[in-house]
Design a protein around this ligand. Structure first.
Ligand code: NIG
Ligand code: FE
Length: 408
């Protein structure tokens, strides 16, 4: 067999829905890699004959292999800190009150506008390294702390640089409509004009964004404003995503579904009409238990309805300084089970197969099946449920991206 590498002595959680076992598991499996892709996967007993002298063998010590984890929703590039607002909240102020008083996202905007490319890059690198150590191989990074052309551009360029220079795969999302910048106070439509006529076309033409997102919320942008941005994205052939139904139900998910959005994210306040709309559009529901936890929300996403309608549920960190300063995808596995009642299998599918779909990458990422990219993590665990059960032991032993080891 003309392969580049062969894994043996390994159990595999393929996350392949065509396999009936939980986790798509194959115990005592073999996985062959060729040109950065999965060339063969199945039980060891069915492995075709190979020449052990010419093929490098990677022994898995009876550990488990999963697809590389995918964090499909982060705001990982930002300047400054929001620890002061954490203190204010513990003295009784709410996230919304802080935002309405000019803090919140806008305070990070001030700090990010002051941060130069080098600072953003160095912080980004440190945060990506933390994710890589826990088995993450693909990360989405949103802009949205510039809210003006120059800083939005800097954020997206730094994200692109990280994508080239760091072993993790980076997908960029333009979130110019994250909050209303102070210069446009009381003129939200004027700001949307500048997003549509200046920021989005220039940054899209420069190839800096893979998708477009909006914060559709009472403290963000309304439905009509969101739709104008979706139309602009459509003109540039860019897929859309939406921060929807986090603190209130504005019907953002129905709007997103009409635009065939890749995902709607947060969705604590989503109702059945919204869930039905997602089903028709094939849109992924991205659950963000870190923000739910950190803001001490009480209203949970409608998990049972999402199950009934067969909506793919992804799980992501939403890593950001305000609502989820938790730079850990693995922690989200545990939280999505403890806070939202996902099963460990649903949680793992949420950071692999469904997260890949939330980035439009389901054809190449998120499963261990023939033809997919060889993004693989070897874990020192005895059962895949351990990944959601226990947190803090960092059991990733080896991480492979497109057939190359990237951990050590
Ligand atoms: O996903 N909801 C809007 N954006 C972020 C919060 C950003 C911030 O507070 O800085 C979120 O929760
Ligand atoms: Fe977010």
């Amino acid at each position: 067999m003309d392969w580049d590498l062969l894994w043996l002595d390994i159990n595999v959680a393929t996350l392949d829905p065509a396999r009936t076992a939980a986790y798509g598991a194959i115990e005592d499996a073999a996985v062959a890699i060729k040109d950065g892709k999965i060339a063969w996967v199945g039980p060891r007993s069915e492995l075709p004959e190979f020449d052990p002298f010419s093929l490098p063998i990677q022994r898995g010590d009876g550990n488990w292999l999963t697809p590389g984890l995918i964090d499909c929703h982060t705001h990982l590039l930002f300047g400054g800190s929001r620890a002061n607002e954490f203190e204010q909240r513990l003295h009784g102020a709410s996230y919304q009150q802080i935002a309405e008083a000019g803090g919140g996202i806008l305070s990070t905007v001030q700090a990010t506008r002051k941060a130069d490319e080098e600072q953003l890059f160095q912080h980004g690198r440190i945060r990506l390294n933390a994710l890589l150590r826990e088995g993450v191989t693909t990360v989405e990074i949103k802009s949205g702390y510039g809210l003006e052309l120059a800083t939005e551009q800097r954020m997206l360029e730094v994200a692109r640089h990280l994508g080239r220079l760091h072993p993790l795969e980076i997908h960029t999302t333009y979130l110019g409509a994250h909050a209303l910048p102070a210069e446009f106070k009381d003129d939200a439509n004027g700001y949307i004009d500048s997003v549509i006529n200046s920021q989005l076309p220039l940054l899209a033409d420069a190839g800096l964004m893979d998708a477009v997102d909006v914060f559709c919320e009472t403290i963000g942008f309304d439905l009509a404003q969101t739709e104008r941005i979706f139309q602009a994205a459509q003109r540039h052939n860019l897929p859309v995503k939406l921060h929807a139904e986090q603190l209130s139900n504005l019907g953002g998910s129905q709007l997103a579904a009409r635009y065939r959005a890749l995902s709607v994210d947060h969705i604590e306040c989503l109702d059945e009409a919204g869930v039905a709309a997602l089903a028709d559009a094939g849109t992924v529901a991205v659950l963000l238990p870190g923000a739910f936890y950190f803001l001490r929300e009480t209203r949970k996403p409608p998990i049972e309805l999402l199950r009934q309608y067969g909506i793919p549920m992804a799980v992501a960190s939403d890593y950001n300084p305000g609502s989820s300063p938790l730079c850990s995808t693995l922690l989200m596995l545990n939280m999505s089970c403890t806070l939202f009642n996902l099963t460990p299998e649903e949680a793992l599918a949420g950071v692999t197969r469904h997260a890949a779909r939330a980035l439009g990458q389901q054809h190449r990422l998120g499963q261990i099946t023939v033809g997919m990219d060889a993004d693989l993590v070897q874990w020192a665990i005895r059962h895949p449920a351990e990944l959601a059960w226990q947190y803090g032991t960092a059991p990733a032993v080896e991480v492979m991206k497109a057939g190359k080891f990237i951990t050590h």
